[in-house]
Design a protein around this ligand. Structure first.
Ligand SMILES: [Zn+2]
Length: 287
């Protein structure tokens, strides 16, 4: 599985890895997220997985993958609403289902249908009418529904789909961003003191948010290295990539996680922040 260029949360990545390991990607998936862009990104990845014919799926480089990524693959449809309609119509869905039963010519012999804003566009009538199809989809056909909230879908539909939840992006208050920014700058300083001083702001009440914001900067740096768009401050991400290798950034993200875990276990927080700074510096300067 090649996830380069994608930024998935830990739990999503874990689920994808499980699908991949068992060689069983579900044929009916609902992606639920408050963040439409992140949901769409996951849908694109799943559609690449569906049509890629390589051993390691998705390879990310074959023609099928590239077309899927550019939303330009002949066997991946993003059904749009008909003019003046606010929801899919029964006739439109019938047409689509007819189309779904024709075997596609791509290497994987698979088709995918990605329904954006499914919670608004699938009326209860449509959901009921096509229940049977969702239950027994034609071979190698994938249905991917994107929803803000899956709760608006019928219970009968929900029970037939695998629901993947994608968290929205954390929004941080100014104070948190400032504290995290000071830590990131401290990491890049050659002197030890600025980092220690910045990390001194971490206490039992606020460390979760601040470390999450530090992690976002690190994740942004990874995104930048992979040619993707950072979510937060681009300058910070650029400063990180100017100085750290991908491996070092990944090590630092792991370090943030273990700091988080240790704080939860109620270890002395002063000792822990000192340890954190030491580890950040060790990673930055190691060869
Ligand atoms: Zn491929």
């Amino acid at each position: 599985m090649n996830t380069e260029g994608f930024r998935f949360d830990k739990d999503v990545l874990q689920t994808l890895t499980e699908f991949d390991r068992s060689k069983r990607m579900p044929h009916a998936i609902i992606i639920e997220s408050p963040d439409a862009e992140k949901a769409a990104e996951l849908a694109v990845f799943l559609s690449m997985y569906a049509v890629c014919g390589e051993n390691e799926k998705p390879c990310g480089v074959c023609k099928n993958c590239r077309n899927a990524k550019n939303k330009a693959h002949a066997d991946i449809a993003y059904p749009q609403l008909q003019a003046q309609k606010k929801a899919y119509t029964v006739e439109q869905m019938r047409e689509l289902m007819k189309d779904a039963s024709v075997t596609p010519p791509n290497d994987a012999g698979a088709k995918a249908y990605i329904f954006e804003h499914a919670d608004e566009r699938f009326t209860p009538l449509i959901q009921n009418t096509f229940l049977k199809l969702f239950e027994e989809p034609p071979q190698n056909v994938y249905f991917i529904l994107l929803c803000k909230s899956a709760q608006s879908m019928l219970e009968t539909i929900l029970s037939r789909f695998t629901v993947l939840r994608v968290k929205g992006d954390e929004s941080f208050d100014d104070e948190t961003l400032q504290a995290a920014g000071a830590i990131v700058s401290g990491i890049l300083e050659s002197r030890e003191y600025p980092l220690l001083k910045a990390a001194y702001s971490l206490d039992k009440d606020n460390y979760g948010k601040i470390i999450a914001a530090v992690k976002r900067s690190l994740r942004d740096a990874l995104a930048l290295l992979a040619g993707a768009r950072p979510l937060g401050d681009k300058d910070t991400a650029q400063r990180l990539t100017g100085r750290l290798t991908r491996k070092k950034i990944l090590d630092m993200m792991e370090l943030c996680d273990s700091f988080d875990d240790k704080m939860k276990q109620n270890v002395n927080s002063n000792l822990l922040t000192t340890w954190l700074c030491g580890e950040f510096r060790r990673i930055t300067w190691q060869r």
